[in-house]
Design a protein around this ligand. Structure first.
Ligand SMILES: [Zn+2]
Length: 269
């Protein structure tokens, strides 16, 4: 997949950060927009970086391996919110569904996958040169992912930071809590609430590249320096628990808390 020249260029630019995007069910044009928004952000923060789009993550595998991966993907589906489990029984129909999803013939909306186990499945077949500490492989997926929280329940997530890091496009709408007005409207009329949700959904989906760039930068800070999200309600690199917070901190003027300012300084050096 990667040429000798490419490896040589990494060696010559040791100080550079390299982000490699891989896709899972997300259109090339959407990944290109995320790539552009991330490049612009890194330029804004004066981070020397190289940001590339490799292609579908599944193109790294042959047909036989895809069958095996499909089996594993069924095993890591989340079916019980309060129990972390890997399924023993996998039906041929479910494997077939996953194969169709990999080929882009099916949208998996409604199926939720354990985020860290999803990372683990991809980690196993990632080429060794993509696992270097200076490279951040990021899989942009349209699957819904969840991680098991300290409260003993699964929670839908936008991102999982590991090797590779995962960003779920559907997570931008489904993970954060909706505005209070949405819930109040729902009490009065389900129909009006649905229209409001549709408007909000369109707005969120249109701005995914702008929101995603913050998660990609945070993935870099976490993987390279162990710096987590902060809880500051204004910081660009805060963990957004509501759609209001997502929009107000990730879009428009960028504000950073002191911890994240320092972290970026480390990343530049
Ligand atoms: Zn912060």
């Amino acid at each position: 997949m990667r040429s000798k020249n490419h490896r040589k260029s990494i060696k010559q630019n040791q100080s550079n950060i390299e982000v490699l995007f891989l896709s899972d069910g997300v259109e090339d044009s959407e990944i290109r927009k995320i790539q552009y928004a991330t490049s612009e952000l890194f330029r804004y923060f004066k981070l020397k970086s190289k940001i590339e789009y490799v292609g579908s993550v599944w193109s790294l595998l042959d047909q036989k391996s895809l069958q095996n991966v499909s089996y594993k993907l069924v095993r890591i589906r989340v079916t019980n919110w309060s129990k972390q489990t890997v399924h023993d029984f996998v039906s041929p129909a479910e494997i077939n569904f996953e194969l169709k999803k990999i080929r882009g013939e099916i949208n998996p909306f409604g199926i939720i996958y354990d985020g860290f186990l999803f990372c683990g499945i991809i980690f196993e077949f990632l080429p060794t040169d993509l696992k270097s500490s200076r490279i951040l492989p990021v899989v942009i997926t349209n699957r819904q992912i969840a991680t098991f929280g300290e409260d003993g329940r699964y929670h839908i997530r936008i991102g999982v930071f590991s090797v590779p890091s995962i960003i779920s496009t559907n997570g931008f709408f489904s993970a954060p809590a909706k505005p209070v007005e949405y819930h109040l409207t729902k009490m009065v009329s389900e129909d009006v609430a649905l229209i409001k949700a549709e408007d909000l959904k369109n707005y969120i989906y249109k701005n995914i590249p702008i929101f995603a760039r913050a998660y990609i930068l945070e993935a870099l800070l976490w993987n390279n320096l162990g710096v987590p999200f902060c809880s500051s309600p204004r910081c660009f690199l805060s963990d957004s628990h509501t759609t209001d917070e997502l929009i107000s901190t990730k879009k428009g003027k960028i504000f950073l808390c002191d911890m994240h300012k320092d972290a970026l300084e480390h990343l530049r050096s």
